[in-house]
Design a binder for this molecule. Structure first.
Ligand code: SAH
Ligand code: SF4
Length: 346
């Protein structure tokens, strides 16, 4: 006899929760109370949900599954307060990063354990792909890290392990739960989904008028070169993606789109690269986030400070808004994308 799987409580919207509670004869307002314990106060233990009666607490435990995770490892950077966490959800392990800045508190979270793509500069692509995270598992990284610190999280980037648009429903569901007014109530403009360029996902995102920011990982604006470093280029050429985004420009919010561009020495930071990147950025009105390749990896390395500066200047001189994002947490390989496998337990 198969045992029916319990609904994962953290993945449910307040309305879905209300629906299930009412169907079992409970009052609708209980849904908001439970939702706030989970998403606002980040309390996962029903016994600590003190405004709920014991028999209702029992019912919740019977009916739903609650977050079940372990933090297997924590590495803190001595130089910049950045910290990297290894979360385990059963066999699925993912990494998440705590990124404190002066005026904001960012975190970088994962949407898949490993990645089905294999970009040549990215450590995640080299480890075994273990599958999608549920919305609840994506959220558990946010709440799990928030529980460890007094500082309130203000910005969330889906730029850890995996491709958000290959786990579209769960990624978008997690984003909307993070932004929910009865939960953390994080501004939608401070939630960013990063994609390597999965065109159907981008189309859906735009058609659904999703309010989150969209980061497109370009890393090269020449098809041949991009193909050599990103396998997604074979399937969804960046020119198709940018052509589509150009068509839809009027339907996007000001500042919603940005480009991510890892600067890799001897590969994608020649004057021609800057010129072509600037052309696209202006055509699409996109800000460019420059990220120096953060460590030596797969025979590729970080350019000198001088070359980084030159590339940045070549964009800015052409009127592009370009930011050198630095690579935080260099000493713990904590920059998003370098969430590597070396500490993953087997
Ligand atoms: N799969 C999605 C989101 C996760 S990767 C994507 O590719 O956009 C998130 C970011 O980490 C991307 O912008 C990626 O380019 C960056 N990244 C990957 N490897 C890196 C490295 N070696 N150094 C710096 N950033 C890296
Ligand atoms: Fe996957 Fe993004 Fe890494 Fe490419 S850069 S392998 S898409 S996680």
């Amino acid at each position: 006899m198969s045992i029916e799987k319990k609904p994962e409580i953290l993945s449910l919207t307040e309305d879905e929760l209300a629906h299930l509670l009412v169907a079992d004869g409970h009052k609708k307002f209980r849904a908001q109370q439970v939702f706030q314990w989970l998403h606002l106060k980040q309390v996962f233990d029903v016994r600590q949900m003190t405004n709920l009666k014991a028999d209702f607490q029992d019912y919740l435990t019977e009916k739903f599954s609650f977050p079940d995770f372990k933090i297997l490892n924590e590495s803190k950077s001595p130089s910049d307060q950045t910290a990297k966490y290894l979360f385990a959800f059963g066999k699925k392990q993912v990494e998440s990063v705590w990124l404190p800045y002066e005026n904001r508190q960012s975190i970088c979270i994962s949407v898949q354990s490993g990645c089905s793509l294999d970009c040549s500069f990215c450590a995640t692509g080299k480890i075994a792909f273990k599958g999608n995270l549920t919305a609840g598992e994506i959220l558990t990284q946010v709440y799990g890290m928030q529980q460890l610190y007094d500082r309130r999280i203000t910005n969330i980037v889906f730029m850890g392990m995996g491709e958000p648009f290959y786990n579209y429903d769960n990624a978008i569901r997690a984003a909307s739960l993070i932004a929910h007014q009865h939960g953390m109530n994080i501004s939608r403009r401070r939630i960013t989904l990063s994609t390597s360029g999965v065109l159907p996902g981008i189309q859906r995102f735009i058609e659904e008028k999703q309010p989150y920011r969209l980061a497109l990982s370009l890393h090269s604006v020449f098809a041949d070169k991009r193909k050599r470093i990103m396998d997604i280029e074979e399937k969804y050429p960046f020119e198709d993606v940018l052509g589509y985004l150009r068509e839809k420009r009027g339907e996007m919010q000001q500042g919603q789109l940005m480009f991510e561009y890892i600067m890799i020495d001897g590969i994608n930071i020649f004057p021609d690269d800057a010129k072509e990147l600037a052309r696209w950025a202006k055509l699409l009105n996109a800000k460019v986030n420059l990220i120096p390749m953060n460590t030596e990896f797969n025979g590729m390395h970080r350019p000198s400070e001088e070359k980084i500066y030159e590339f940045w200047r070549a964009l800015v001189e052409r009127g592009v808004v370009a930011v050198n994002r630095k690579s935080p947490a260099k000493d713990i390989d904590g920059a998003c994308g370098m969430l590597a496998g070396q500490k993953l337990a087997s």
